[in-house]
Write a protein that binds this ligand. Structure first.
Ligand code: CTP
Length: 401
């Protein structure tokens, strides 16, 4: 649920007090949470509790009478990945079924772009009433997922069906919803290996040879693959970038040799490899164990060749594996790219020219050309790195081996 935006709509039933636990569990599992409430629900749980736990202001009224500021229910509808109404009273259920929108929660429901899940809560006679049954059937027909009320002791003192599902049950329904969404995505359960960032090759305990790679391109690719349902292993050199996701395994490395080790331990098990790292081609032959002193007027360092990590993956690539490499060139982009595609046994190469404005290492944009193993060349415009990531991944999804 990492990073998922969940909007909670709270209506006026006693079970509203349990929403504090729901907010806590959702926050702990990495979701972003916002709460909106009907005025009646604030008699059962303080908006301050929900604002504190969610870390976001709570919406109750259409507008703030003191400041005159209007609460934009359309914004909530656009913000959310999922709208959860819990507890949902018989009254609010009836309004949802009929399209009435006399408060912020219901107006938000009517302008909601995201899927909606509800957890009804009411007394057993109200829950069993044909009107309620009819209203539940109506909202289900409208596409809402209903978590059935549970049996047990009710606030009225009666026993029976009508209790709001427990927060853990609601969380499971939310998790299942996101899992089901993911299972429809094109890369669901595909295992993808990505290399990203620079490598640092030590000269002495305090100095290294590195490069300007920020890792942004590789991280953008990882993020897009995760959103498409993939399980991603990201092997990356030193970078300021960060990404958290339950389907992400992050393996930090420093040197090309460490990157090769990490790649060798996982590549056999992967479906796709996307090697965007800027690996140092050479490393100092001898790492001096004490800090090099500036005693001499010049310094000569002997370098030895680093292993070609992508080249190794290409040399052992299996029939069902897809391998993508990058080529950052300053001249003769196409012939150089083509030669790398063949030499390293790739299925696709992402080429960019360092002389193109906005292309390359540290910035937020890139301008790429894709060359596949059937000699098809596609040139793209200058785009943000996240859009470039989408272009690359969508291309390789449709790539014929
Ligand atoms: N690469 C790698 N390991 C290396 C060098 C490069 O995995 N030691 C990968 C990069 O991640 C990139 C691709 O190979 O996907 C292109 O690297 P590049 O260094 O440009 O290609 P080379 O074949 O080394 O050619 P040259 O440096 O001569 O341009």
């Amino acid at each position: 649920m990492q990073g998922k935006r969940i909007l909670l709509g709270i209506t006026g039933g006693i079970a509203a007090y349990k929403i504090a636990f729901l907010v806590r569990i959702l926050k702990k599992s990495g979701a972003e949470v916002k709460c909106i409430m009907t005025p009646a629900s604030s008699d059962f749980i303080s908006p301050l509790v929900l604002a504190t736990l969610s870390g976001n202001p709570v919406g109750i009224e259409f507008w703030n009478k003191d400041s005159g500021v209007w609460t934009n229910h359309v914004e909530y509808g656009l913000w959310a990945d999922l709208f959860v109404l819990a507890p949902l009273t018989a009254n609010s259920l009836a309004k949802m079924a009929s399209g009435s929108c006399d408060n912020l929660v219901l107006a938000t429901y009517l302008s909601m772009k995201a899927p909606v899940i509800v957890a009804p809560a009411m007394d057993l006679d109200m829950y069993a009433h044909p009107t309620t049954k009819r209203n539940i059937a109506q909202i289900e027909k409208d596409g809402v997922v209903v978590i059935p009320a549970e049996s047990g002791e009710l606030a009225s003192g009666l026993e029976g069906e009508g209790r709001m599902a427990e927060p853990e049950t609601i969380v499971n329904a939310i998790k299942n919803h996101f899992l089901e969404q993911l299972s429809k995505k094109s890369l669901f359960k595909k295992k993808i290996l990505i290399t990203a960032g620079p490598t640092y090759e030590a000269l002495d305990p305090v100095r290294f040879i590195g490069n300007h790679s920020s890792g942004k391109m590789g991280f953008a690719i990882a993020e897009y693959c995760l959103n498409q349902g993939a399980k991603v292993t990201l092997i990356c050199g030193p970078t300021a970038m960060n990404l958290k996701n339950e389907n992400l395994t992050l393996i930090p490395i420093k040197t090309a040799v460490e990157m090769l080790d990490a790649v060798q331990s996982v590549w056999d098990n992967m479906d796709i490899g996307i090697f965007s790292a800027a690996v140092a081609d050479y490393r100092p032959k001898n790492v001096v164990h004490e800090k090099i002193k500036k005693n001499d007027d010049s310094l000569v360092v002997e370098f030895v060749k680093n292993p070609d990590v992508l080249g190794w993956a290409g040399s052992v690539k299996k029939e069902n594996q897809i391998l993508v490499g990058f080529a950052l060139e300053t001249n003769d982009m196409l012939p150089n790219g083509k030669s790398k595609l063949e030499r390293k046994n790739l299925d696709l190469i992402v080429m960019n020219n360092l002389s193109d404005e906005g292309a390359g290492f540290a910035g937020d944009t890139n301008k790429i050309s894709l060359l596949d193993n059937h000699n098809n060349l596609t040139n793209f415009e200058l785009k943000s790195k996240s859009e470039v990531a989408k272009d690359i991944v969508e291309y390789l999804i449709n790539l014929k081996k």
